[in-house]
Design a protein around this ligand. Sequence first.
Ligand code: F6R
Length: 609
Amino acid sequence: MCGIVGYIGPKQATPFLIEGLKKLEYRGYDSAGIAVFDGEKINVDKSVGRLSILEKKVEQHPVAGQVGIGHTRWATHGRPSDANSHPHTDCTGKFVVVHNGIIENYLHLKEKLIAKGHVFKSETDTEVVAHLVEEYYQGNFEEAVKRVLSEIEGSYALVFLTEHEPDKIICSKQDNPLVIGLGEGENYIASDIPAIISRTRKTYILSDGEMAVLTRDSVWVMNRQGVPVNKKVFEVHWDAEAAEKGGYEHFMIKEIYEQPKAIRETMTGRLAKDDSAVLFDELKWTEDDVAAIHKIVVVACGTAYHAGMVGKYYIEQLARIPVEVDVASEFRYRSPLVDENTLAIVISQSGETLDTLAALKEAKRLGARTLAITNVVGSSIAREADQVVYTWAGPEIAVASTKAYTTQLVALLLLSLYLAGLKGAINPDRLKELIHGMKELPGQAHELLEDVQPIKAFAQQYGFCEDVFFIGRALDYAVALEGSLKLKEISYIHAEAYAAGELKHGTLALIIEGVPVIALATQRDVYEKILSNIKEVKARDAVVIGVAMKGDDAIAKYVDHTILIPATDKFLSPVLTVIPLQLLAYYAAITRGADVDKPRNLAKSVTVE
Ligand code: F6R
């Protein structure tokens, strides 16, 4: 995720660009930049680090100009650096572009452009766009941009400015947000409403495939073929704080709703079009590399550790490599049996968790190969590991992790299938079936989020209970662990998760009349077993909420309430099963009046031991 702004009008552009970027820092903050036309040429100022660094820079060397674009970056292609910061320019410096998204075919385009003599200055996918518009410009900016849009593949919100026609800004979007703010004799562009709300409340919300040409006095919206689109003005009524959360009450619920997109983006470019293989350009492992891995250790904390528990099932069952999962704070104090035939996978949303970083260093010291799964490009963990697989969830602000978890599951599944393919451990038809199923996940997650009313009602009904138990078997057990953590950390209800077969070895003593038990029953292989565990708790008068897959007509007979997730493969179900549990935790916390985004005693990133 990145943030984009643009201004054209009679006022100085820089103050708005900086002010707007500040409001978009939640979308990413590893570098920032602006480009302003000073009446003769375009001046680009950009800098790695927080926006305050750029702000100081432009204060020291102000550029007067009434048209400009800006960007705050959350690195995807290319580490955070001055060169990789946006805006990006072409060879002549006369075209500038800012981008949010991923240009999937950039390598191919870059090769073509280099062959034509273009010189690249950054490692980003975005820079190809600046060179392409230079390549296609023949005196008509709009036509050049249209041609660029017809060549690029992927997701984007793009804003273009050129010295050749400085009386206009052009923008377009596909799968990433872009809003146009309509002023009097001036117009604005932003990734999100908070950036413009102090200037105007009249907006056009661009739809996928639309392109807009902004001048001081007009905004023309058209499709990519140039056919005009009649846009309705969307009047913003939210206050500024609500606008930052996209109209949601909390970042947590906003991030829960961002999961379909985050899941899709994490798969982008990593699945063959014909479903036959997982592609990991960033790994490029050979069969020999994989044969050399005798054991995998997965190390992480909290929610990321729970993702690792799911990863163990994935890797062992699909790739047939033994896996140990450990919490990072334990790993390095137990003299772990790790050597050069071990692959250590560390998982961390922030990439800064001190325990995880220390465990990674320990695994390296012991000779293991290391791989990080993280959400933050250029983070300490990303820099320390031998190789990195990024989750493309975008910045996670709420302390309770949601979209990071589901994207970590997706990354682990991709990795397991990649290992399985290289090891020949999976039948090609089964691989195809799973990849096909993965492609359905964003749509299915979206479907789950469409009707949250029943979950809200359970949360209201049981929100004041003292204890809740989560039970499940196999992959459902791993998801139960995450469900219980979500509930306790934000609602402060005491919650525990059990492998359902373990209850009778002690905890069953705590199951008394009215205690809510959330029973996950999505795994067909152990379905009969979980039903008998449900009967055990029902016999002690527990109230059971069963989570099962659509098409399961039996479950309702055994439980008090049912939540059905879309039907999917047993390996894919954790990505969906966790969503109602996140919602349950969220609405329980709301019912109890808890501070959802900032739960007591907790911090987003734990950089102390
Ligand atoms: C729980 C939560 C934490 C983190 C843990 C690790 O919702 O967010 O348990 O998962 O602190 O953080 P990262 O993934 O940043 O290493």
